[in-house]
Design a protein around this ligand. Structure first.
Ligand code: EPS
Length: 420
């Protein structure tokens, strides 16, 4: 881990909290002074993450995620100090002994401590057990659980609030569940259209008929004791140009986005734009032709492009086109019809542990990816335009845009040519 915190430079955050512990917590550092921020701004995204066809009973019936501000916000406005957030785990009341921070007594029956010893293939169980040399897998499961993503979505909602000030608009949607793919080409839709269609689908799919097919597939998987994964896409319009860097590997924005999205539970692949499709074509078929400049665009498309296969990033730097980040989530690893495993206490071959779980969490994963992309973009905006107050940052963004307008109009090019 980097000394500055999670690889983020200016918008830094940490989460803490176990799946069935008392609460999830988040500390965010770097949000400028003077930004309006209400609990509702965060709660609406927390609710979006809890939705999606195929979620388990906990997400649907037990948890009602709501944020409590503990620090950093006064009278609905940020005050330039670290923001601390708390999201209670309602389920803790059912786990108060198993997850008690206090020592348990000798009289506590072992089953109340809820240890388990049968690692689930695909989960962090076995790798975590080997890392910490623990036979009880409960400590690993509790932090490896995707419940942690509620805390990330809270941090992402704060990042989005910052992005809104710069007219950055984003949406996420599901491209596929298992083999069922959405037929919709999102490049033909505005971000608001993508948002509305995704919000009205139980699977965040842009096509209602495909949504029904995906639901049927999930029903079938549920009956079979199976789980399903899928693919999702996050699109962002209005991203300022010049975010990130081509000059150094760890400053490239594509790499930073990939790390952030790949770190989401169950995600095994990330692409920017149409990366995998482009790899099978010729250069002339995929690179995005440059069109004549527009010195006064409503967004940041000073040099519009005929296509956007690069997904808004070239050389690790934003180019003004729509940012497109896609990810692939593997099927969830807790199976009601478990695979073979080994009991870590007895050494016997046995079926893996079965814990209550979701059948498919791809819709939630898309919302989490949206949050992670927002966090990386907020960090990159603060890196390029950073200041102490929101007003100061807004002035710097405006000054840069004015300078770009002049540059796109050719101001100063004779001097540069003759000086060379
Ligand atoms: C999860 C297992 C399930 C999910 C959980 C993530 O938890 P439980 O075993 O308590 O039912 O419901 O997701 C959430 C609780 C959530 O809020 O997303 C896992 O093992 O990753």
């Amino acid at each position: 881990m980097s000394v500055v915190g999670c690889g983020l430079k200016r918008f830094r955050f940490y989460t803490a909290g176990e799946s069935h512990g008392p609460a999830l917590t988040v500390i965010i550092q770097g949000v400028p002074f003077g930004m309006p921020l209400l609990a509702e701004d965060i709660n609406k995204d927390l609710a979006r993450r809890q939705g999606g066809y195929g979620r388990g009973p906990r997400s649907r019936k037990i948890e009602r995620d709501q944020v409590t501000f503990l620090a950093g916000v006064r009278h609905g406005v940020t005050i330039g100090s670290p923001i601390a957030l708390l999201i209670e785990n309602k389920d803790f009341e059912n786990w108060s002994v198993a997850m008690s921070p206090q020592p348990v007594t000798e009289e506590t029956p072992p089953e109340k401590k809820r240890p388990f010893y049968l690692p689930r293939p695909g989960h962090a169980d076995l790798a975590g057990a080997m890392k910490f040399l623990t036979y009880d897998l409960r400590p690993v499961l509790e932090r490896a659980s995707a419940r942690e993503t509620a805390a990330r979505v809270a941090a992402g909602a704060v990042a989005k609030k910052l992005l809104n000030h710069f007219k950055v608009q984003m949406a996420s949607h599901v491209l596929s569940v298992g083999p069922v793919q959405s037929p919709v080409d999102s490049s033909k839709l505005t971000v608001s259209e993508i948002w509305e269609r995704a919000e009205s689908s139980e699977l965040r799919c842009l096509d209602p008929i495909t949504t029904e097919k995906m639901k049927a597939l999930i029903d079938e998987a549920m009956k079979e004791g199976e789980t399903l994964g899928g693919q999702f896409e996050v699109v962002v319009d209005g991203v300022p140009v010049g975010l990130g860097s081509y000059a150094h590997w760890d400053e490239k924005l594509d790499g930073r986005l990939a790390q952030a999205v790949m770190s989401i539970h169950g995600v095994k692949g990330v692409e920017i734009g149409r990366a995998f499709e482009m790899s099978g074509k010729k250069g002339s078929q995929v690179h995005d032709p440059i069109l004549p400049p527009d010195p006064h665009p409503t967004d940041w498309r000073f040099f519009p492009r005929a296509t956007n296969n690069s997904g808004g990033l070239e050389g690790g730097v934003t180019n003004g086109e729509r940012l497109i980040v896609r990810g692939a989530m593997k099927p969830l690893s807790t199976l009601r019809r478990p695979l073979s495993s080994v009991n870590l206490l007895t050494g016997e071959v046995a079926k893996a542990h079965v814990e209550r779980s979701d059948v498919c969490a791809i819709a939630a994963c898309a919302v989490v990816a949206e949050a992670m992309v927002a966090i990386i973009l907020a960090d990159a905006i603060l890196e390029k335009f950073g200041g102490d107050t929101l007003k100061e940052i807004e002035e710097r963004v405006t000054a840069y845009k004015d300078a770009l307008s002049a540059w796109a109009a050719g101001k100063g090019k004779e001097e540069e040519a003759t000086a060379g």
